[in-house]
Design a protein around this ligand. Structure first.
Ligand code: AMP
Length: 418
């Protein structure tokens, strides 16, 4: 017997209904906002992530699944979608269309993190990237799509949207120096990770989850107080549009998120219901990234939602997705043709329709129908065939009626809607 690789998991059974519901919801929302799907490869060259995510990030330093293939090429299982989608945008010269491009993607990502509640080594993200505009209304609308998805999933009341501005290449360097000199004075109070981050990635110290780091940075200079006038105005407008869009937010000047490429707007949806892994999804603006990866200087913004975490929250809140109505058709050798016609009719109306492959006795077929989770059984035996009727049995109440064949769909609808 083989077992799974550590941190990987099988997803099946009842849980799949929640995944389907989440997938249906995000697909609908992305369609409504005119996003096109982009199917990305799962393998990319390691260098793409090193450049795109940043050499000093946890993902690149410690978490990527990296290997050499048989040809000696260094590849990585993608740890996120943005770098790949930017590569696709540049490689396929999509920018030559000269328009704003709005894409979404969905699929598994891989990070070799320490597994815990809400944290897996293969997890799923649904994300978007918008290329070609740096206008604050775009930031606000992007955030709104994520808000709408989480609300439609039924978890709006247990999430909080945190936003921040991380400045830009004009205002961040001077702020970074200030922060480094402040953090240097706190060195003894910082955890060992943060001591490493101090020079390489000082902003990350601000959202370290270790208690003593949290208190050490409580008086740290904050980016929001050191924004240049353009960044300040941009942030102001983003907040204004969020209010227009009825998206509630909280400003969290300590939230910097893990990736190197963000400028200006950063945002994250958090919850208290997932222990330490409290982020349900997040993203931000990355105006320099397309250029860094070899493309033209085109701005971009995006986010990723963690599907595993959304599903966990939906299950914990007991939001039970609707089951598609399943109907068992019971028929026999003598009514074989009628039985199959009936199955096709029900399936054409989007019902899940099943039958007993063994076509056993009525009693046996009925027992199986009862155990199958079907809502109804429709029976067509020789008697029914001769009379031009079906028997319809409600498997919840046990009521049975006889209906004319032409009235079947109408009657099924009546029973189900009751
Ligand atoms: P990130 O790409 O790190 O900004 O992550 C975006 C979202 O993906 C997070 O908010 C989580 O919901 C989800 N996520 C990230 N890492 C993991 C993981 N190891 N396991 C499950 N979900 C994750």
């Amino acid at each position: 017997m083989f077992s799974k690789v550590k941190g990987f998991r099988d997803i099946y059974g009842d849980e799949i209904r929640y995944w389907k519901k989440f997938e249906d919801i995000f697909t609908e929302v992305f369609n409504k906002y005119d996003y096109q799907e982009f199917k990305l490869p799962i393998l990319e060259k390691v260098e793409l992530f090193k450049r795109g995510i940043g050499d000093t990030t946890d993902i690149v330093e410690k978490e990527m699944f990296v290997f050499k293939d048989r040809g000696g090429e260094k590849l990585a299982l993608r740890p996120e979608g943005t770098a790949s989608l930017v590569r696709g945008y540049i490689e396929n010269k999509i920018y030559t269309q000269g328009l704003i491009s709005k894409y979404y993607y969905y699929g598994p990502m891989f990070r070799r993190e320490r597994p815990q509640k809400g944290r897996f080594r293969q997890f799923y993200q649904a994300g978007v990237e918008v290329f070609g505009s740096n206008l604050p209304i775009v930031d606000a609308e992007v955030i709104k799509t994520m808000y709408e998805i989480l609300i439609s999933c039924g978890i709006g009341d247990i999430i909080t949207l945190n936003i921040n501005s991380l400045g830009c290449p004009i205002c961040r360097p001077a702020y970074k120096d200030k922060l480094i000199s402040f953090l240097s004075s706190q060195k003894d109070h910082l955890c060992s990770d943060c001591n490493n981050r101090l020079e390489k990635n000082p902003l990350r110290v601000l959202d370290c989850k270790v208690d003593r780091c949290k208190s050490a940075v409580s008086n740290a200079p904050l980016m929001v107080d050191h924004l240049c006038s353009d960044c300040n105005e941009h942030f102001k407008q983003v907040k204004k549009f969020l209010l227009h869009f009825n998206v509630n937010y909280n400003i969290n000047p300590y939230m910097v998120r893990g990736l190197d490429y963000y400028v200006r707007t950063a945002f994250e949806f958090n919850t208290e219901f997932l222990g330490a892994s409290n982020a349900v999804g997040g993203g931000g603006r990355y105006d320099g990234l397309i250029k860094t990866l070899g493309g033209p200087d085109i701005p971009g913004i995006g986010y990723a939602i963690g599907a595993d975490r959304v599903v966990t929250l939906m299950m914990e809140k007991n939001i039970i997705p609707d089951l598609p109505t399943k109907i068992s058709v019971i028929f026999f050798n003598e009514t074989f043709e009628e039985g199959f016609k009936l199955l096709d009719l029900l399936r054409s109306q989007s019902y899940t329709a099943i039958y007993d492959y063994e076509m056993g006795s009525f009693k046996n077929q009925f027992k199986k129908a009862d155990r199958s989770g079907s809502r109804l059984a429709v029976i067509i035996g020789t008697d029914e065939k001769e009379k031009g009727v079906y028997k319809v049995k409600d498997l919840i109440t046990g009521n049975q009626i006889e209906v004319e064949q032409t009235k079947l769909l109408e009657e099924i609808n009546k029973i189900i809607r009751k």
